[in-house]
Design a protein around this ligand. Structure first.
Ligand code: MV4
Length: 453
């Protein structure tokens, strides 16, 4: 096992990784920008190295700075967390080339899944059900028109270098295909330096269901069920739950098995998430994420596992500490993301925290790097905390979420906490009756109401 690892991240996820490492007897190195000198991850790690100025591009995204910090401190492995360099092929390769262990999948797996058309083709060949569409890149408008007629409108044009909602265009009818195709390519060229696009049938009211998988890198892999992450705003998840409120045990076993088999076949190593759209009882693959996800704690809650510990174990060539048969789904978990944002428009709201009190009690977990007197810098993501609750069933989890939210105090700045009190009053949330458009529609309705008042 490693003696010392470096955490190439900040905020709550850096703490999450430090905690797992400490329980394993592994020393930790934090890296930070000059804006994060007083950040909790710097305080909590055994050592810290300042790697640059506030801008992420000069600090948390600096491969050179992070490799230097590794060299100086003698860290043997790097955990990238999520965001920043976690899915950067060049970084994963640099780390590998310096004989430092990247705690995550191989650079090759990151590359394959980072190109969305290649990812889809790879998964289709491995038996994963996909959204009907082109087999790979669509080079010409004529080809796009032809495919759209075969698929039947509406269709969606997606940048292969995109993902997570960036570089997509819907064509409702033949009049829109030329514009959708040309603008998708133009936008992709500017945003990613790669104009390649592919085409799919556009699903109108799906849910976003994602499967957590875990591989040992040597042909063994398991699934840890699904998460329903349909409640999103501008492609940012807001409220996630596991298991999915409309997924049956049979569906879970079927899709989970298909996913575990696929990643076993490719010798995938570590944690990964296979994303699907789910509509009318069918799963359609869209993308795979080759990192630990923000919402991983709800899966940890219902399966009673520590996914970061497992990531570190597998990176050190130890076997996974669970098998498919030993994994048992218990109860229901919900996560809400607390952002430093001002409602109703979600404007970023950095500033000084005058009082912070985390909720507690049975089935409550608060992952946050906040503390009394902490000043949230304006340079980074607005996520300041994740409240995760676990109950014996969905209604207990909802009641526990309501109770925990009422205990949570974050004073001095505006946050999205009031949003969750309001959502818990909604019948559709209480019954689990929502899809990927529900939250945006709800926000729109409530904004309009506010303006009329
Ligand atoms: C789609 C889709 C409908 N049909 N693909 C958005 C993020 C990216 N991961 C894929 N996305 C979508 N792909 C087809 N063929 C609708 C979306 C989509 C979406 C997906 C998941 C969660 C929220 C979403 C919000 C808008 C659009």
């Amino acid at each position: 096992m490693f003696q010392k690892i470096l955490i190439a991240n900040r905020g709550e996820i850096a703490l999450r990784i430090i905690r797992a490492a400490r329980e394993m007897g592994i020393e930790t190195v934090a890296v930070h920008s000059t804006a994060d000198t007083d950040a909790m991850h710097v305080r909590m790690a055994d050592e810290s190295v300042c790697i640059g100025p506030p801008q992420s591009s000069e600090s948390y995204l600096s491969a050179a700075g992070i490799m230097s910090a590794c060299e100086i401190t003698g860290a043997e492995a790097i955990h990238p967390g999520y965001g920043f360099l976690s899915e950067n092929v060049l970084f994963a390769r640099v780390v590998e080339d310096h004989d430092i262990v990247f705690i995550g999948p191989s650079a090759e797996h990151i590359q394959t899944m980072g190109d969305k058309a290649t990812a889809k083709d790879t998964m289709r060949r491995l038996g994963i059900p996909c959204v009907p569409g082109s087999n790979g890149i669509v080079d010409t408008l004529d080809e796009a028109k032809q495919l759209a007629e075969e698929l039947e409108y509406p269709v969606i044009i997606k940048a292969t270098a995109g993902g997570g909602g960036r570089g997509m265009n819907v064509a409702i009818n033949p009049n829109e295909i030329e514009h959708a195709f040309q603008t998708a390519r133009a936008e992709a060229r500017v945003a990613f330096g790669n104009e390649a696009v592919y085409i799919e049938k556009y699903l109108e009211e799906p849910r976003h269901i994602e499967i957590q998988i875990f591989g040992d890198g040597r042909g063994k892999a398991v699934h840890l069920g699904e998460r329903d992450c349909s409640l999103q705003r501008r492609h940012q998840k807001v409220f996630e739950e596991a298991p999915g409120p409309v997924i049956s045990a049979e569906e879970r076993t079927y899709i989970g098995h298909v996913c575990a088999e696929a990643v076993a076949e490719m010798n995938y190593s570590g944690a990964g998430t296979i994303e699907f759209l789910y509509e009318n009882g069918k799963f359609y693959f869209i993308e795979m994420n080759t990192r630990l996800q923000v919402e991983h704690p709800i899966t940890e809650a219902i399966f009673g596992v520590d996914l970061v510990r497992e990531q570190i174990r597998v990176a050190a060539h130890l076997p996974m500490s669970f098998s498919q048969d030993s994994l048992e789904l218990r109860g229901h978990a919900i996560e809400v993301r607390i952002n430093a944002e001002k409602l109703p428009r979600f404007d970023p709201c950095p500033g000084r925290i005058t009082q912070y009190h985390a909720p507690g009690g049975l089935g409550v977990r608060m992952d946050s790097a906040l503390y009394d007197g902490y000043s949230i810098p304006s340079y980074y993501d607005s996520l300041i905390g994740k409240l995760i609750v676990h109950g014996r069933d969905r209604s207990e989890a909802l009641a526990r979420l309501s109770r925990a939210l009422s205990e949570l105090i974050v004073d001095g700045i505006d946050t999205t906490i009031p949003l969750f009190h309001a959502l818990l009053e909604e019948v559709d949330i209480q019954s689990g009756d929502y899809n990927i458009h529900w939250l945006e529609n709800w926000i729109q309705r409530n904004l309009t109401l506010k303006e009329e008042m």
